[in-house]
Design a protein around this ligand. Sequence first.
Ligand code: MTE
Length: 332
Amino acid sequence: MLIRTTASSFDSPVSSEITPQDIYHARRDLMKLVATGAAGVTLASWAGRRAFAQTIQKPGKLAVLPAGKSAVAGAMTLEKITDYKDATSYNNYYEFGTDKADPAKNAHTLVTKPWSVVVEGLVKQPKTYTLEDLIKLSPQEERIYRHRCVEGWSMVIPWVGYSLAELIKKVEPLGSAKYVEFVTLADPKTMPFVGSRVLDWPYVEALRLDEAMNPLALLAFGMYGEVLPNQNGAPVRLVVPWKYGFKSGKSIVKIRFTDKEPRTAWNKAAAQEYGFYSNVNPTVDHPRWSQATERRIGEDGLFAKKRKTLMFNGYEAQVGQLYAGMDLKKLF
Ligand code: MTE
């Protein structure tokens, strides 16, 4: 994602290209040793990232979440699962800082107990759910999803949760409800970057109601068989595997049903770069870089090739019909 330096300036580097200083220097030394060109850069970035991952401690023992394998179509890719250490030390969670390393370093201040989620707006059964009630609403499943970030990297993560549709059915949307908005926590006392001008807080994301009802859209409470670490969006987040990662709001506190397309955090920050839909689409470039390929985290060894990005991140069979007849170059 981009870092906003002034209200109207978006010319900062992509945050995935920003490297912690010590690693930057180690990388620079390494780069002096290797020939310039793609192989050198790949080796250097691999070395830097490994060095950083080693510095991250696994947060104490997290509670185990019992979950059966999912029977939802497309929910269990057989691709190699990303290392836990990578998935929990290379994050985007701007409330805790804009560097990939910041959430793992800073998110220990997030207070996840007690937690509740308000469900409101155009529904017959508005309700405030305690986290405990929300967890019990439907049986937990494990879903192994590809996770593709708009910045051009991807992972494969075993999430634990249940389809968001289960909650939506319980609250009975009115006929007039067309969109679902997800509001996430913005607590300046526990989140050091809330109040910074990087984004307009709270971080808000949204889906069309039919997208939210697709069984692949997951309300996640855990990953790798354990409750979510704070940096990954504890205690409850969304995972929408056919969209760029920023559509998957972390640490959700409110779910609101509306009849108008909600304004979302990155769309507000740079509408020409981050559309409402943000479906993974290799044929629609970001205005400043291609989306045709991706770097799979953990595969960035010396000669690893970038992977081709798949339409809808490989979930076209499950979600393609949601967008039938739409011009996806305009409605990106
Ligand atoms: N949710 C909140 N509240 N704040 C954020 O900064 N970042 C988004 C998304 N959800 C973000 C968020 C982005 S840009 C991505 S790519 C994913 O979370 C990253 O999820 P991960 O760190 O678990 O890989």
